[in-house]
Design a protein around this ligand. Sequence first.
Ligand code: SF4
Length: 166
Amino acid sequence: MIQTTHKQKILISACLTGEKVRYNGTDLLIEHPLLKQWHRNGRLVSVCPEVTGGMSTPRAPAEIINGNGKTVLSRQTTVVNNIGKDVTQAFILGAQKTLQIAKENHCIAAILTERSPSCGSNMIYDGNFSRQRIKGMGVTTALLEQHNIRVFNQEQIEQLALYLNP
Ligand code: SF4
């Protein structure tokens, strides 16, 4: 069994904890023994960057156009929803507030939802709303990684445990 220390806090996407904060009002609850253990130990800090950035639930789905979280943060590309509204500022604000929450809680790593334009870490959608995936990270992930908070996705919980306690 993988043991981890009790001090280190872990940021987690709110939708993975069962909060119905996704664009369509659903959650993506994951059941995993390590997550349950960390939750019992008070080590999980749950946040939804998009809601924290001021977006409502439900909301129109959004994708990064011709770029990724890094290019959004450097203002080279935008985030647009499927009815054509530019929501870049809300995504950047959500990322900044999430970083602040992570720092205030001394989170050293995060488990964020893969493929989200905020929370994705390896894959996002290509900006055409065609469900086509491309390599890249979301806006919040990019900002957290810039501040040395390592991001894992929901399929990488064992890797995170090893990262916390190599
Ligand atoms: S922004 Fe992140 S936490 Fe919020 S619903 Fe999307 S994937 Fe989940």
